[in-house]
Design a protein around this ligand. Structure first.
Ligand code: GAL
Length: 443
């Protein structure tokens, strides 16, 4: 059903290499780009808000830079019953007067794609009808409505489908976690040899995968099981992307915490399969401009899906500029290098330290246009960050030499061509900001 090809990963040598999967339906090679209703509107979703977002994606130029999915999250249906003749989920007529099909048609007419949401349980997280036991019917319904993307959540799992072991998530959203980020070992812990692809969680998500693949429509499959059941070990065989943590919030400590967790899971990322660090919060809450751009930079650099989660008609121009950053989007969507940027030095901490507030600060990754190098200030005060070419593994790999030399450099935030830069760069970096450079040919 799915063809496996070995791809060279750009992960650090200490990480195991991975196999990426070419999807039978040929979608999901690159991280998905789009918009979703949840972070902006929670349960208050309706066609007006969806179409406002879709129209703004065009007028703000977001479609033109690659954002194409318009995804309806939870709470889109009638709550207490399915159609008593067809058994289908019924779109709430007050929220979606022309049905989900009517909304999807309007989205398609704008040259965009439509996404929907369900759960691998009896109800969605908001308590609406969900798909366990009726996966084929729901997949066929979504396909008939013209759906192009399914986000599949993990709420209301029936007792006969729970897992034998607890698949701990190191942010504490599932299982007990020790301070160093490892999971506590107790009688709920799986043996080291346990194959999580045999878990009930993996099975629940495979049933929907097969139901989607059976449709005569290409539907991107986004797993949302919050990083449980060791999903990076079987996500590639199951979907196009998989959440690696519990829910994001519009706050720097949570964003740093997710980045920290994800930095230990990047070996799973390559063409066709992506760790989902959760939807973007740019535009929400009280994050600073610096925090917003670090959030976006690292979600793009780690090749997470980039799903905007804010009311686009209210988005300040400066934050729109972050979401449209051409250097970061090009890295995310690179056609030749599928692997993510990875840390080459932790900075504040010794390498490989698990620290929710001080994740790895120095990162690099290969792309067609050069090596992307990022340096993050995780501190609450301004601090210097120094990028030294000789420390950057991707530059070393590319040039087969250590000791640096000089490289053509472009600043990814200003677009400024810094010319031929010797040795590296040293900058004063505001609290929670990230400096970023595209490092090209040696000179
Ligand atoms: C959560 C999910 C969120 C959102 C919410 C809807 O489980 O992680 O992204 O979809 O459910 O109720």
């Amino acid at each position: 059903m799915l063809v496996s090809i070995a791809l060279i990963t750009t992960a650090l040598a200490v990480l195991p290499s991975t196999h990426a999967l070419v999807r039978k339906n040929g979608i999901g090679k690159l991280p998905a780009l789009g918009w979703n209703s949840w972070n902006a509107f929670s349960c208050g979703v309706d066609e007006d808000k969806i179409m406002t977002a879709a129209n703004e994606m065009i007028s703000l130029g977001l479609r033109d830079v690659g954002y194409n999915y318009v995804n309806i999250d939870d709470c889109w249906s009638i709550k207490d019953a399915r159609d008593n003749v067809t058994g289908q989920i019924v779109p709430d007529p007050a929220k979606f007067p022309s049905g989900i099909k009517g909304t999807a048609d309007k989205i398609h007419a704008l040259g965009l794609k439509a996404g929907i949401y369900s759960s691998a349980g009896t109800e969605t997280c908001g308590g609406y009808p969900a798909s366990i036991g009726v996966e084929e019917l729901d997949a066929a319904t979504f396909a008939a409505w013209g759906i192009d993307y399914l986000k599949y959540d993990n709420c209301y799992v029936p007792s006969n489908w729970t897992d034998r072991y607890i698949g701990c998530v190191p942010d504490g959203t599932n299982g007990a976690v020790l301070a160093n980020g490892t999971c506590a070992v107790d009688n709920t812990t799986a043996p080291a040899t346990y194959d999580w692809s045999t878990s009930n969680t993996a099975k629940r998500y495979r049933i929907m995968r097969d139901a989607l693949l059976a449709q005569n429509r290409k539907i991107l499959y986004s797993l949302c099981e919050w990083g449980q059941a060791a999903v990076p070990t079987w996500g590639n065989a199951t979907g196009n992307s998989w959440r690696v943590t519990g829910d994001i919030t519009a706050s720097w400590p949570r964003i740093a915490q997710i980045l920290n967790e994800n930095s230990f899971l990047l070996h799973a990322v390559d063409f066709w399969g992506h760790n989902d660090a959760d939807m973007l919060e740019v535009g929400n809450g009280n994050m600073t401009r610096e925090e917003s751009r670090s959030h976006f930079a690292f979600w793009a650099a780690t090749k997470s899906p980039l799903i905007i989660g804010t009311a686009l008609d209210l988005l300040p121009a400066e934050l729109l500029g972050i979401l449209k950053n051409g250097y970061l989007l090009a890295f995310s969507q690179d056609g030749s290098f599928g692997g993510p940027a990875t840390p080459y030095k932790w900075g504040t901490n010794p390498d490989w330290t698990f620290d929710a507030l001080h994740p790895a600060e120095y990162w690099s990754g290969l792309s067609e246009k050069g090596t992307l190098v990022l340096a993050l200030n995780t501190w609450n005060v301004t601090a210097n960050r120094e990028i030294v070419w000789s420390e950057v593994p991707h530059l070393e790999t590319k040039h087969h030499e250590r000791g640096g030399g000089a490289f053509e450099v472009t600043d990814i935030w200003t677009g400024e061509d810094l010319g031929c830069v010797q040795h590296g760069l040293n900058r004063s970096v505001n609290s929670h900001d990230t400096i970023g450079f595209l490092v090209g040919n040696s000179c």
